[in-house]
Design a binder for this molecule. Sequence first.
Ligand SMILES: *Cc1c(COP(=O)(O)O)cnc(C)c1O
Length: 393
Amino acid sequence: MNEHDKPGHKATTRLLRAGRPHRGWVNTPVTRASTYIFDSVQQWRDTRSRRDQERLVSYGARGTDSTHALEDALVELEGGYRAKAYPTGQAAIATVLLAYLKSGDHVLITDAVYEPVRRFCSEHLARLGIEYSYYLPDGSDLAARLRPNTRMIYAECPGSLAYEMMDLPAVAGLARAHDCWLAVDNTWGSGLLYRPLALGADISIIAATKYLGGHADVMMGVAVTNERAWAPLERATVDFGQTVGADDAYLVLRGMRSMPARMAVHGRSAMRVADWLQSRPEVARVLCPALPGDPSHALWRRDCHGTNGLLSIEFAPGIEDADVERVIDAFKLFGLGASWGGFESLAVPAYMLRARSVADWTGRGAVLRLHIGLEDPEDLIADLEQALAALRR
Ligand SMILES: *Cc1c(COP(=O)(O)O)cnc(C)c1O
């Protein structure tokens, strides 16, 4: 586990205590609230004049004790200045893009981006006159793709589906030199395994629906920023009316308490399953930066603090998407469903030719994304073994 850069207790201990009430209850009680009653016009006016800069209670949409407790824990987790929560990860991404970009600006988006972001760009950034283009998942072509009007580099590290990494400190240096923002989708690392702000990013986004919630029962996205990036995000979040309910804030905060323990099991079981998969003739390679031999392994060793439950199988030549779909239909334990980061194991086909527009996937194998949950890994291996038999039928 990573030891954050503050003195005192270790990171896991600090995460358990962040956002706790000042006295009494171990976890923050749920504060469901819209209207806050002020004592006087003087207090009301004073609060309204300060609430854009300071964290004050003034109206439910701007924050309650529940969302403030969650914010404290997120700031601890990511090592940031302040944080905001959104109803989904996608909403967090959309708000971040619109908070910092205006008509005439250009944003560089990683080719390894969470796929629904592509449609947000083509439908909405385009409509608003914001230019966007994609760069290679390892960031090697970034410097050449910067334009005079590039105002943001949007990264996802490791990337979706194939988990490609980029040298984030180097990308942060480029962003600073070009005076543009660096935003990173950190759902893979979720603040435990990877900490973009410490590596030079301005904004870190996490789909809390995944490991923070951890139980497949809550939707949420969060964005944590450094001090210089805070004001534009705070304003846009308020102006777009983005907020989360107290019950959901409570669920995510509760999930975060056990996230280090869950993540350790996800990572250990994923490595056990990866070992087994790598011995199989149907498998060309297992995509995961924690595996020696993965193209991102050196960066993973340098910048990450462990791995999670995600693995993608790249199948051997001759195995087509339709064959992968038969494997999925044969699973008994792995479920077919969106998302990951909950306690259960999931499998979805990854259509890489569609999911990448700059990186070239022609000539590579069909891909199946697995999320290794908290089941006994030997049961998962047995399920994989019987499902892979579908390839021979
Ligand atoms: C799931 C996911 C999202 C979106 O989160 P939702 O809460 O499902 O909207 C964003 N980024 C990444 C990398 C994801 O895996």
